[in-house]
Design a protein around this ligand. Structure first.
Ligand code: HEM
Ligand code: SF4
Ligand code: SF4
Length: 512
């Protein structure tokens, strides 16, 4: 188990290292690793648009398919040919970004707890995307189509579902009539519609999902596809002929890798591999793990005014409003949908009742994390601050998923780590600075564009720059507040920024 976790954290370090390099080259907006899901959508649209063009010229039928694809590819090389290549290469790119997206979400542990929904629908997407891709190759009816369809039917025959092996009738040309081609062609249009529907389901429990990559990234990807289309146009591999076994076939390794494997492994083993891997992936969210879900957010109606700020800020559609049930004069009240909540605490950071200036010792907020209530947070923060000594006293607030800030704790530095940095209501910063409890507040969390809880860094930036509710009030002196976003592997950079912040605070002190 320990070895498994150290492998997981090594994978995470490698991922953060690669993403750090890409950030330096492209910046967060253009870093493809931060937009893998959006790139998946983008490539899907490129496939859909180029496919619609090809389909307009495609002729369905055993004698018609191959010549019509040849016409599109060669007769119309300047547009049809380019569209065909775009269709193929964007489909390949879709597989690449999908698998990288899967790997990234896996490494980040984004398959656990309430995220099971996106994970399991993702696993279903893999099946549909491969089904559409493999089916697409059959539409061409060239030697590659012949090779892959015959292997597929033989593979299917292994399952005890057909009384008569299908491959026997496939050996003759008779099943390959125009109706069969209509079926393939119908499937190639309907499966992508299911994919689109599943895309929508996949992101149903995500607020503000990013489904369009940044324009620059989209343009760069399209350019790359076009260059590939011109340099290496997608071509057919000679017409299929059931009487002759195809040889020297070039395989598309993104979609058709199972077929060469079928040549060397028994069909049963390949079924076991494919079904076993899918089942294992689908069950990941429920496999034993060291991960412990902290209790989900709870609403305290007495302190909820129905302002909807928690609904607006929850990244997982886990807070909804319903008509008031307690007779208070507000029209609505917030309700947490427990099985969608990932316990990030962002809602508690958004609630106007999470205000440390409130007089009561045990004040209660409208929405709270039971394991870390706001009054407890204030008490812990003030306890730590009370122990600070030295010329410059700093409060560092960070996120459990970014740099471990505990290592910065010292006589002059107090630390407060939260499940997400956006759990921090801006009024807590004001409170810490108020009456010179501390000289400065240093706020840190995941890298920009890579928030573990999706929206936390963005919401914090907007709240602290007074562009989003709850806003940091103007009386909180901005020169005494520093934000620096860093991943768990960026502690050196954070140390440097802290030292420079400290020097600035010292300068402010000296100038008074
Ligand atoms: C081409 C297919 C796929 C597309 C287009 C796609 C797209 C997306 C998009 C747009 C998001 C929201 C990203 C955001 O705004 O934060 C997302 C989230 C997610 N996807 Fe996919 N996805 C695909 C396949 C998969 C697969 C195969 C898996 C894993 C089995 C997966 C797992 C997840 C998870 C776990 C999340 C939630 C991440 C979080 O909670 O922060 N996706 N996907
Ligand atoms: S803790 Fe709050 S913001 Fe986070 S997922 Fe749960 S309800 Fe949404
Ligand atoms: S932010 Fe607080 S007061 Fe506003 S609706 Fe949510 S729980 Fe109620």
């Amino acid at each position: 188990m320990t070895a498994c976790y150290s492998a997981e954290s090594t994978a995470r370090r490698i991922l953060l290292g690669v993403e750090g390099v890409l950030n330096r080259i492209f910046g967060a907006d253009l870093n493809p690793f931060y937009h893998l899901g959006a790139l998946g959508f983008y490539f899907f649209w490129v496939v859909a648009i180029s496919g619609a063009y090809i389909y307009a010229f495609y002729k369905t039928g055993i004698e018609l398919s191959y010549p019509s694809v040849e016409y599109i590819t060669i007769g119309q090389w300047y547009l049809g040919g380019i569209m065909r290549s775009l269709h193929r290469y964007a489909s390949d790119a879709l597989v690449v970004v999908m698998l990288l997206h899967l790997l990234r979400e896996f490494i980040l542990g984004h398959y656990r707890g309430a995220r099971w929904f996106a994970w399991v629908t993702g696993v279903l997407l893999i099946w549909l995307i491969f089904a559409a891709g493999i089916n697409g190759y059959w539409m061409v009816w060239d030697k590659l189509a012949q090779y892959s369809i015959v292997s597929f039917i033989e593979w299917l025959d292994w399952l005890p579902i057909f009384s008569e092996p299908m491959s026997r009738s496939f050996a003759t040309q008779e099943v390959l009539n125009d109706r069969f081609f209509s079926l393939i062609s119908f499937a190639h249009v309907t499966v992508p519609l299911f994919i689109l529907f599943l895309f929508w389901v996949h992101i149903m429990r995500i607020s503000y999902p990013v489904v369009n990559p940044h324009r620059g990234l989209a343009a760069g990807m399209l350019l790359a596809l076009l260059v590939l289309a011109l340099a290496e146009p997608a071509l057919s591999q000679g017409p299929a002929d059931m009487a002759v076994e195809p040889r020297n076939i070039r395989i598309d390794w993104f979609y058709l890798y199972l077929f060469p494997l079928l040549d060397i492994w028994p069909a049963g083993q390949i079924w076991a591999l494919v079904l076993g891997t899918s089942l294992l992936l689908a069950m990941m969210p429920w496999l034993p793990s060291r991960f412990r879900q902290i209790p989900v957010a709870v609403v305290n109606l007495k302190d909820c005014s129905g302002c909807r700020l928690c609904v607006a800020d929850c990244p997982y559609e886990a807070v909804v409003m319903r008509p008031r049930s307690d007779g208070l004069h507000f029209s609505e009240e917030a309700v947490v949908v427990a099985d969608r909540c990932v316990s990030c605490g962002i809602c508690a950071g958004a609630c106007p009742s999470s205000n440390p200036f409130r007089g009561e010792d045990n004040f209660v907020s409208g929405i709270e994390m039971p394991s870390l209530p706001m009054s407890g947070l204030r008490a812990a923060m003030m306890d730590d601050i009370a122990k600070l000594r030295g010329e410059v006293r700093i409060m560092v607030v960070g996120c459990d998923n970014a740099v471990n800030i505990e290592r910065f704790r010292s006589d002059s530095i107090a630390v407060l780590s939260l499940p997400c940095i956006a759990m921090l209501p801006p009024s807590f910063i004001e409170y810490a600075l108020h009456e010179h409890h501390v000289d400065g507040v240093f706020v840190t969390g995941c890298r920009v564009g890579d928030c573990y809880h999706r929206m936390g860094v963005l919401w914090s930036e907007l709240r602290l720059s007074a562009k989003r509710e709850p806003r940091l009030r103007s009386r909180a002196e901005r020169g005494r507040i520093k934000q620096f976003w860093a991943s768990s592997t960026d502690s050196k950079e954070l140390e440097y920024e802290m030292a420079s912040f400290r020097a600035n605070l010292l300068g402010i002190k000296d100038s008074l």
